[in-house]
Design a protein around this ligand. Structure first.
Ligand code: GAL
Ligand code: CA
Length: 347
């Protein structure tokens, strides 16, 4: 009797083992649960970038990898974002993508993630190097601010050299105005500096009339530009804007004041948002510099996948071990279609 019981148990165990092996052969997909929080949903370019990130993450899904994405808007407050990170971790996110509100204040977020061993991919708002070195599971994906300024400067140089009409008062100098993004953002001061230096290095004499901060926003830029026009009237020959939204705000200011098109300065933006590209097509912006959202999104998705599956890390080209920078591209009416269709050739 006793023997039979043991035999029965043996068969049962054997069957369980078979069942278990059977399951294993089928392979349970790994789970990538990405928690994204970004600084402010009122930012036009950020919304386009977040859309691309969502798309790229979904594209990485296959039978071996199940992908879930949760997105939070920090509405301009670092405190909100810190709370959101805690919630995302509680919900079981195993990768965090953080677009910091305050790029100088990531410590609390880093501590939360580190406690749970969840890697962070910071994006678009670059933390200072010291912070990125707080832990070896911290990464950054973005674009090189210096390059965007340089390319904007080159667009201006080419136009000024080809077209003597830009120097409206024929004094041999280009009177310019700058509309700057947020104070302390890597894409603000660095873009301005490099755009202006590129003009000077290419032998263009320039005179700065005004530089005002408009926090990436169209309405704020319109308001600042109205003040600047009030002060300088027809003297303005070139508007260098740190992004498309503010460049369009400047255009709005001139429209409101009923300027004729012959009296307008040249407007240059950065980003190549949908509305920015449309404005290049319509001739409202002379050009823009494409901030490759799909390229950055693909890089984020690739890195997130590699961190979870342990595969593909060697295909990612890092700078300083944990930074990935995507290139910018010059856009004018000539090559606009490539950016609309996403067929531009990546470097
Ligand atoms: C910049 C972009 C701006 C704004 C900012 C937000 O790269 O050019 O338009 O979106 O990021 O951090
Ligand atoms: Ca002039």
């Amino acid at each position: 009797m006793k023997k039979r019981k043991t035999a029965g148990l043996g068969i049962l165990l054997g069957m369980t083992a078979l069942l278990f092996c059977g399951c294993k052969e089928k392979e349970i997909p790994e789970k990538l649960h990405v928690g994204i929080t970004y600084y402010d949903q009122s930012d036009t370019y950020m919304n386009e970038l977040i859309g691309s990130i969502k798309e790229s993450l979904k594209e990485t899904e296959n039978d071996k990898l199940e992908v879930t994405v949760t997105i939070r808007d920090a509405a301009g407050l670092q405190k909100n974002q810190n709370d959101q990170v805690e919630e995302l971790l509680d919900e079981g996110c195993n990768i965090l993508c953080v677009n910091l509100v305050d790029r100088a204040d990531p410590s609390e977020i880093i501590d939360f993630a580190r406690e749970r061993e969840v890697p962070i991919i910071f994006f678009n708002r670059e933390p200072v190097a010291e912070d990125l070195h707080q832990w070896d599971k911290l990464y950054y994906v973005g674009a090189d601010a210096k390059q965007s300024g340089k390319l904007q400067g080159e667009l201006a140089v080419d136009l000024i050299k080809e077209n003597s009409q830009i120097d409206k008062n024929k004094d041999g100098k280009i009177q310019y105005v700058v509309l700057e993004g947020e104070m302390g953002h890597q894409d603000a001061i660095i873009r301005t500096e490099n755009a202006v230096n590129t003009l000077k290095e290419n032998g263009i004499e320039v005179e700065k009339l005004s530089c005002k901060i408009a926090n990436w926003k169209r309405a704020q830029a319109q308001n600042r530009m109205e003040q600047i026009i009030g002060e300088y009237q027809n003297k303005i020959e070139l508007v260098l804007s740190n992004n498309d939204e503010m460049a369009l705000g400047a255009v709005d200011a001139y429209k409101k004041l009923n300027y004729t098109s012959a009296a307008l300065p040249v407007f240059l933006g950065i980003d190549g948002t949908e509305i920015g590209l449309q404005a290049v097509e319509d001739g409202e912006l002379w050009g823009t510099v494409y901030n490759d959202k799909k390229g950055q999104a693909d890089a984020i998705a690739k890195l997130a996948t590699a961190l979870i599956t342990g595969e593909g890390m060697e295909d990612i080209s890092f700078k300083n071990e944990r930074y990935v920078y995507l290139p910018y591209y010059k856009v004018t009416a000539e090559n606009l279609a490539e950016f609309r269709q996403g067929t531009f050739v990546t470097k």
